[in-house]
Ligand binder design. Sequence first.
Ligand SMILES: Cc1cc2nc3c(=O)[nH]c(=O)nc-3n(C[C@H](O)[C@H](O)[C@H](O)COP(=O)(O)O)c2cc1C
Length: 151
Amino acid sequence: MHATPSPLMRVIYTSRRAAGTMHLEEEALVEQILGVSRPKNATWRLSGLLVSGHGRFAQTLEGPPDMVTAMFDLIRQDERHHDVRLLHQAPTPARCFATWTMAYLSDLDLIPPEMGRGHDAMALVMALRGVVRGGPAAFAATPFSALAAAA
Ligand SMILES: Cc1cc2nc3c(=O)[nH]c(=O)nc-3n(C[C@H](O)[C@H](O)[C@H](O)COP(=O)(O)O)c2cc1C
């Protein structure tokens, strides 16, 4: 008998940095977020990628559907950002960032080759970076927008 593979879900959203965080360097704010996210995502069996720049965040979370949903609900209430817009929510056949509890790129970083190796990972890196640079409207031009409409 084979075990049924556990279903996986992906969420992609974008948000804007809250005015109340502007006293912090972007790097310090991101360090604060990642310091909590990485151990917690490991426990919740979540992986993903966070991109920041131009006063925006774009993030994808992947993992068991109930965990992804619960984490997105928690994140959207975080007062360090606002204008949280869900861009994509759909089942996914595979994790793109399986070896990262939360990969991170600033808009200006070179993309480490190992980050782009997962299934569809490079396409996601480019999509999230496009959204950080061009705002939520830029998502329409990515392959992920055709897969599922957002609420
Ligand atoms: C842009 C952004 C992305 C975040 N991503 C995550 C994440 O991937 N995982 C996580 O645990 N928390 C993330 N957080 C932090 C959560 O909102 C929350 O503060 C954290 O999980 C601690 O929650 P708790 O105090 O209820 O334990 C993120 C926050 C922001 C602003």
